[in-house]
Design a protein around this ligand. Structure first.
Ligand code: BES
Ligand code: MN
Ligand code: ZN
Length: 491
């Protein structure tokens, strides 16, 4: 995958060189003793290559028995390049190079690491971005050829390779997690049923030696998971509560829990969605996908932490047996819920998921869900909406999310909001209070089940799908929050 090599270039290599204004970490790439070094000054003078951010240019450099393709990627001002700007620029470069057919690339590591970032940071971001930016989603087209992918990355680096190899490995593990999440979100609901999602989790558990429990309908009935069961009532596909345990500590303590919404299809139920609102709802298990993606990364890196993953999974369908508005249901926590809207099904599934996580000794909970259209209105596709009952935990997660290029924005969660989800004449809670503050109401409902356990709620309805192809990946599923969740455990 990654090969760290000294300065000797092989024949016909495709080499990427970073260019920026200002101080370079190591002037080596400008030195005349490099095969291309002499030419660099002239290239820059000619104006054919530029330091300008995201300016990518290609030059063929012939010498004696070899032809080297030099790609120059502009990175802006060396001391000012942020992690996120860096990630996007190199993602753009890798993506463009693969488009031009290069499945094996070499990187001039020194020149590709600006002064504002550490060598480890650069290596991690490179390791990640090579594989996220060039990722192709699988297709069901019968005439589709095997998509091109980057198969080999040579890092040309004179320094101690151990400095780079751990960081590259971490970056690669993060990318695999993201791509796992993307693949799952992409699968249509007739193929990725709750049963299939559970099968996928089993494979993951086998690969990484996780403990796994898949609760079926009968188990759920015994545990009183009436909220998830209500969502499943109209379906012919059985529900699954998927539970993974990764134990990196001697004892099952200090447990971080991820709870991911695993609605494999959301028709809205009797509060049915419109014919334009429904397509795309195969992605309503984006939270579950992020959790499984994060577990994939964690399984590859095996940190000394304990992690519990809980995925309540069902589709939300209509039939003579389906649940209805006005129904009163009873959750695993014992709390009763007046259903006012069957399309507010995610919070019902999460309610039992969160309660189950608490019963498995979760000391902190992150729930991730494509929960509300409201968050899309509020934040668009640029930031994930977040809520918390613990500012310290939130600050920790926010800083990781920022570093990972998956920014989160806190929505308010005070007593006024908490009161709204408790307004019901017939039950303890209602699942859909008013038309106001939709995104917050979704989070507040989940919060009522979390109670005092430190918690961050992540509503990815706006960030889990990219409307068009971008520097860090294809159009479609982004795999958002897989990196951030894993990053929290790896920190
Ligand atoms: N899965 C949807 C939220 C959603 C909307 C995800 C758009 C991705 C893109 C969720 O189950 C839902 O239907 N939410 C409703 C809640 C409402 C009925 C209280 C919404 O936000 O409109
Ligand atoms: Mn819904
Ligand atoms: Zn939904």
């Amino acid at each position: 995958m990654f090969i760290i090599q000294k300065n000797e270039l092989e024949k016909d290599q495709t080499l990427v060189i970073g260019l920026y204004k200002g101080k370079t970490r190591n002037e080596v790439s400008n030195k005349a003793d490099h095969p291309w070094g002499e030419a660099l000054e002239a290239y820059i003078k000619s104006g054919d290559v530029s330091y300008q951010y995201k300016n990518l240019s290609k030059i063929l450099y012939p010498s004696e028995d070899r032809l080297t393709r030099l790609y120059f990627i502009g990175l802006g001002v060396s001391e000012e390049v942020t992690r996120n700007a860096y990630r996007k620029a190199i993602g753009y470069a890798f993506k463009s190079m693969l488009k031009e057919g290069h499945e094996e690339i070499s990187l001039d590591f020194d020149s590709l690491c600006p002064a504002s970032l550490s060598l480890e940071e650069c290596a991690e971001i490179i390791g990640e971005t090579v594989f996220t930016s060039t990722y192709r989603l699988p297709s069901f087209k019968t005439d589709e050829q095997e998509p091109k992918s980057i198969k080999k990355v040579n890092l040309v680096y004179e320094g101690d390779e151990r400095v780079l190899s751990d960081a590259l490995k971490k970056g690669y593990a993060l990318a695999e997690g993201v791509n796992t999440a993307r693949r799952l979100v992409h699968l249509p609901a007739n193929i990725l049923t709750p049963t299939e999602l559970a099968e996928f989790a089993r494979t993951l558990a086998e690969d990484h030696e996780f403990e796994i429990d898949v609760l079926d309908k009968e188990d759920m009935e015994k545990l009183g998971m009436g909220a998830l069961l209500a969502v499943n009532q109209g379906s012919v596909e059985p529900p699954k509560m998927i539970v993974l345990r990764y134990q990196g500590l001697d004892n099952w303590e200090d447990v971080t829990a991820f709870v991911g919404k695993g609605i494999t299809y959301d028709t809205g139920g009797y509060s049915i969605k419109t014919k334009t609102g429904m397509p795309g709802m195969k992605g309503d298990m984006g939270g579950a996908a992020a959790v499984l993606g994060a577990m994939d990364t964690i399984g590859r890196l095996k940190p000394k932490k304990n992690v519990l993953a809980v995925i309540p999974s069902s589709d939300n369908m209509i039939s003579g047996e389906a649940f209805k508005p006005d129904d009163v249901i009873s959750s695993m926590s014992g709390k009763t819920i007046e259903v006012l809207n069957t399309d507010a099904e995610g919070r019902l599934a999460l309610a039992d998921g969160v309660t189950y996580a608490k019963s498995e000794k979760a000391e902190r909970i992150f729930d991730v869900a494509t929960l509300t259209g409201g968050v899309v209105t509020a934040l668009g596709s640029w930031m994930t909406g977040a809520m918390t009952n613990d500012q310290i935990l939130f600050a920790e997660l926010q800083s990781i999310a920022e570093d990972m290029g998956e920014p989160i924005w806190q929505l308010p969660y005070n007593d006024d909001y908490k009161a709204q989800v408790r307004k019901s004449e017939i039950a303890d809670l209602n699942n859909s209070p008013t038309r106001k503050a939709h995104a917050i109401m979704g989070g507040a409902f989940v919060g009522a089940f979390v109670e005092d356990t430190p918690w961050v709620h992540l509503d990815i309805a706006g960030t889990s799908i990219a409307e068009s192809s971008h520097d860090l990946g294809p159009k479609g599923p982004t795999g958002v929050m897989a990196k951030t969740l894993a990053g929290y455990v790896l920190k």
